[in-house]
Design a protein around this ligand. Structure first.
Ligand code: 5GP
Ligand code: ZN
Length: 137
């Protein structure tokens, strides 16, 4: 737990949330600043900042809740699709430093741009990136 953290406060019930689901390890509630209405967050009850810091058993539990919430959000909002997003660190757009997944319902005409423009590798560069990443796996 972190005293300053807004999601820890929600977990502890110190600030209210529009709760969708809760079990011993995971909680889900509506995002107060939704990308589309019905945008939900799936949050670990324990405070970890990054996906890469949390125990894999907890991540397994979280992703199963993500699947459950995504199905319910799709059904309830009659969405045409959904995005699952997880931001890590400021450079990637993480505003709340407590690990969470976004479940965003998508509609064919919602105008959201969650797709990035593609960059290009130079010759041999893609192999270099593959080797670099594989060497620290
Ligand atoms: P991040 O950018 O860290 O991936 O996403 C943080 C999300 O938390 C944002 O979409 C923001 O709207 C949401 N958020 C921030 N504060 C609160 C809050 O107090 N309650 C709820 N329900 N959502 C919050
Ligand atoms: Zn926290």
């Amino acid at each position: 737990m972190s005293d300053e953290c807004i999601f820890c406060k929600i977990v502890k019930g110190e600030i209210p949330s529009y709760k969708l689901y809760e079990d011993d390890d995971v909680i889900s509630f509506l995002d107060i600043g939704p990308a589309n209405k019905g945008h939900a967050l799936v949050v670990s009850k324990l405070h970890y900042e990054l996906l890469t810091e949390m125990p894999s058993e907890l991540l397994q539990k979280m992703i199963i809740v993500v699947q459950k919430i995504a199905a319910a959000v799709m059904k309830a909002t009659k969405a045409d699709g959904f995005n699952v997003l997880n931001n890590n660190k400021k450079a990637a757009g993480q505003l709340v430093a407590h690990v969470h997944f976004h479940v965003v319902p998508r509609f064919s005409d919602d105008g959201l741009k969650l797709v990035w423009p593609n960059k290009e590798y130079k010759e041999k560069e893609i192999e270099e990136y593959m080797d670099k990443i594989k060497s620290v796996l």
